[in-house]
Design a protein around this ligand. Structure first.
Ligand SMILES: [Zn+2]
Length: 79
């Protein structure tokens, strides 16, 4: 289930929210989603559906890129 909510932080607070899929900083409105697999916030319904349909299916909720992801990306990119 997902509901739209607003970040109620005052303007002087440094409470930053980030989308669980794309990482975009969320200034005001965010989509709070909870299920059996995750509790997370998203910047849009597109990010939520991509998270459920691709990220969880392919990577799992606990996936984090390896620490050498930058070097691996550079090595595997077609030049
Ligand atoms: Zn997003």
């Amino acid at each position: 289930m997902a509901v739209w909510r607003e970040n109620d932080a005052a303007w002087f607070e440094e409470r930053m929210l980030h989308c669980a899929l794309c990482g975009r900083m969320i200034a005001k409105r965010y989509l709070a989603a909870s299920s059996d697999h995750h509790d997370a916030i998203f910047c849009s319904e597109d990010c939520l559906s991509l998270y459920d349909d691709y990220w969880l299916a392919e990577r799992g909720a606990d996936y984090r890129p390896t620490t050498d992801i930058g070097e691996r990306y550079a090595a595997e990119m077609v030049k």
